[in-house]
Design a protein around this ligand. Structure first.
Ligand code: IVH
Length: 681
């Protein structure tokens, strides 16, 4: 949209600029609140972006007028730094766990059977403490040891639903959980080639980014669930009043919280369990808190936890066991995951002999070492984890600074808590890379499981994925190996041969390059970058590399990885070998119909449909009949197919005057072209 001349910051006096900055800041904060806290946006993303950019422009033109709590500050800074330690102003306590109704009710009955309790979601993210002085966010601090935490204020400021300034000049210390919705996690992880195990780990890593501009890119949110008001002691009589106050102060509080007495507790827990399936954010249980503040004070605290609250852990099939050793797995990206070898216990139907310890931070937080008695649990994920320490064992375990597989010195990667092996020839990395390549979701090579690949690598049959295509020359020798009979070798070689038919859409992500997963591959192909030659040509031209940023969904870290990947001689050599082996290096053309009524049109699809489930079916049809599919609405989009649940894309389409079709209108359109959507010809 062209700017009106008198709109330019340069034509404004300082006074006018100040007024405009104040007005825009208030409006932006209000819309951020409606969007991130209330979930009820009143304006389109497009309008919001315009307003935001306008404020940024003004602040750039009048730097002295910039408010320290400006909403534009959430973009983050590029400065790297170590975190300062912060002495908490109150002890940051944790909760005593209960694992079933009986344990919880037992506690309720012993504590205050008639009393009122809040029951709220226990959010599974990263614990954070926010300190506001006179209504301004001063510090955001990790829980740390409970006494001292890391000051991660710059990162916390980038979280969109954390208010930087409160509607009143109040001093308040709050506790909350930084988390990511499942949807946001999946989208972000997809763009990061699936390198994050779960939303909790990603959230925890995100608030510890050294560069706040990186935190700003992550779709983090917060729920606050507890607060103290050092200046206005005794004002709030109940937890309910505190939560209401937080809501008034524009803090997001967990949804669904109820207040019940002991007699309703069991039913309430059942109700929450039913709701859990549909919940959009990760939770690992409930927190039950006595509502009355004076009763809380009377009960007091143990050294670590309040006596007036309990966590109720869901699906807590927890078993106690002893850590006999701690070993590591080195993944294809080099990430080193420590895991505890434990005395075998049966857990949810399987015998568990090891449990993950995630990373050094997690080990430190638990304070765990070899010999510790621990509780292990299977969460939603497949791999069991050490969850709690019963007795700590020997010294807190320290991951050695050399890769357990190849002994190379390990490194820490910017903003990640994990340690990495940097050696691309590390045997475990290479093996896991080949395992990844052969997986069903990737090249889907039959007959090659983890064990076979490990054997082939250890016995020098294959040292890279390209070697798979020379394996046929060693057929006779291979058939002499134990476990590789004629039949299984035929299956393996057949599977490898078959993989040459796999579309480039699979070849590219299977190579396992950082940031180049299925989603980015699709985006590239969608924008006409549909062959390896094209990719390599772009990688040699700085301007063309930068222009990748214009593709919605591709950000700077992907572009950087793109540049690094395709200038790496080893990778180029591997690609060359795969090409020579006969793999497809150009995306298969999408099948097209004889008639092309959608030729020249660019369609975006959003919302859900009765006749097209999943909605990709509608997209396939459009492409089959000559249209182009796009994943985001832009000025180049010509049509939007919008079903119920359409959100910002619909608003943006209306904004840009793009033709919008609902399902019935789309069916009519198909009919007018004599297209039978159930039977396309
Ligand atoms: S209340 C003194 N409420 O669970 C009271 N904690 O195991 C402190 N958590 O460190 C906590 N959701 O990080 C409380 N609704 C909730 C919570 C919650 C998640 C986390 C929090 C805490 C841990 C305790």
């Amino acid at each position: 949209m062209p700017k009106k001349k008198d709109d330019s910051p340069k034509t404004l006096s300082e006074k006018e600029a100040k007024q405009l900055i104040d007005k825009l800041s208030v409006e932006i904060r209000h819309h951020q609140y409606l969007y991130y806290v209330k979930n009820e946006p009143k304006i389109s993303d497009f309008d919001f972006d315009q307003m935001f950019r306008r404020l940024q422009d003004l602040e750039e033109a009048f730097p002295d007028l910039k408010d320290p709590a400006s909403p534009t500050l959430v973009v983050g800074s590029d400065l790297d730094k170590d975190f300062e330690k912060f002495q908490h102003k109150l002890p940051v306590l944790s909760l005593i766990n209960t694992y079933n109704d009986e344990e919880l009710l037992d506690w309720v009955n012993k504590t205050d059977p008639e009393g009122l309790y809040s029951v709220e979601w226990k959010i599974d993210g990263a614990s954070i403490v926010l300190y506001y002085e006179n209504g301004m966010l001063q510090n955001g601090v990790t829980r740390g040891s409970g006494g001292i935490g890391d000051d991660v204020t710059d990162n916390i400021r980038t979280i969109r639903n954390i208010p930087l300034r409160l509607p009143e000049p109040i001093t308040i210390y709050l506790r909350g959980e930084v988390f990511m919705t499942f949807k946001d996690f999946e989208e972000f992880n997809e763009l990061s080639s699936g390198k994050y195990a779960n939303p909790r780990n990603l959230s925890a890593g995100s608030i510890k980014q050294k560069n706040s501009a990186d935190t700003a890119k992550r779709p983090l949110r917060i729920f606050t669930y507890d607060a103290t008001f050092p200046d206005i002691a005794k004002k709030f009589r109940t937890h309910q009043e505190i939560l209401t106050k937080l809501d008034k102060l524009t803090f997001p509080v967990p949804p669904d919280t109820v207040f019940v007495t002991g007699s309703k507790m069991a039913k309430t827990i059942q109700d929450f369990k039913k709701k859990k399936e549909k919940l959009g954010f990760p939770t690992d249980g409930l927190v039950v808190k006595l509502n009355d503040v004076s009763k809380r004070d009377a009960l007091g605290y143990t050294s670590h936890s309040p006596r007036w609250a309990r966590a109720y852990k869901f699906d807590a099939v927890m078993k106690e066991s002893k850590i006999v050793d701690i070993t590591y797995a080195v993944g294809r990206t080099g990430k080193i995951t420590p895991r505890a070898e434990i005395e075998p216990v049966s857990l949810a139907g399987t015998t568990v002999t090891f449990a993950t310890l995630h990373n050094q931070d997690y080990i430190d937080e638990l304070g765990v070492g070899i010999g510790a008695v621990v509780r292990v649990a299977k969460r939603g994920e497949i791999i069991p984890a050490v969850e709690e320490v019963v007795t700590p064992g020997k010294d807190v375990f320290k991951i050695p600074d050399r890769c357990p597989s190849c002994k190379t010195k390990t490194i820490k990667k910017e903003g990640l808590v994990d340690l990495f092996c940097p050696n691309p020839d590390c045997p475990d990395r290479v093996k896991n890379g080949i395992i990844f390549y052969c997986q069903r979701k990737q090249m889907d090579i039959e007959g090659l499981g983890d064990k076979q690949i490990e054997f082939l690598y250890d016995h020098d049959y294959i040292k890279s994925v390209a070697d798979l295509y020379d394996l046929k020359d060693k057929k006779e020798k291979l058939m002499e190996e134990e476990g590789f009979g004629e039949k299984s070798v035929a299956i393996i070689l057949g599977g490898i041969e078959q993989s040459k038919q796999k579309d480039f859409r699979f070849v590219l992500p299977s190579i396992g390059l950082p940031e180049l997963g299925h989603k980015v591959t699709e985006l590239l192909i969608e924008h006409g970058i549909d062959s390896m030659d094209e990719i390599l040509a772009i990688s040699k031209d700085k301007n063309r590399i930068d222009s990748l940023l214009e593709i919605p969904g591709i950000g700077p870290s992907t572009v950087l990885a793109f540049q690094e990947n395709f200038s790496d001689k080893r990778i180029l050599k591997l690609i060359d070998r795969l090409k020579k082996a006969g793999l497809k290096m150009k995306a298969d053309p999408v099948k097209v119909a004889d008639q092309q009524p959608f030729a020249g049109q660019s369609w975006c699809v959003t919302g859900s449909f009765e006749n097209f489930q999943p909605r990709d079916k509608a997209m396939d049809l459009i492409v089959y009949y000559g249209g182009r599919k796009v994943s985001a609405v832009s000025s180049k989009t010509t049509h939007l197919l919008a079903g119920p649940g359409a959100g910002s894309k619909l608003e943006k389409a209306n904004e840009l005057g793009i033709a919008v079709y609902d399902e019935n209108q789309f069916l009519e359109l198909l009919k007018s072209h004599k297209i039978d959507f159930k039977n396309p010809k």
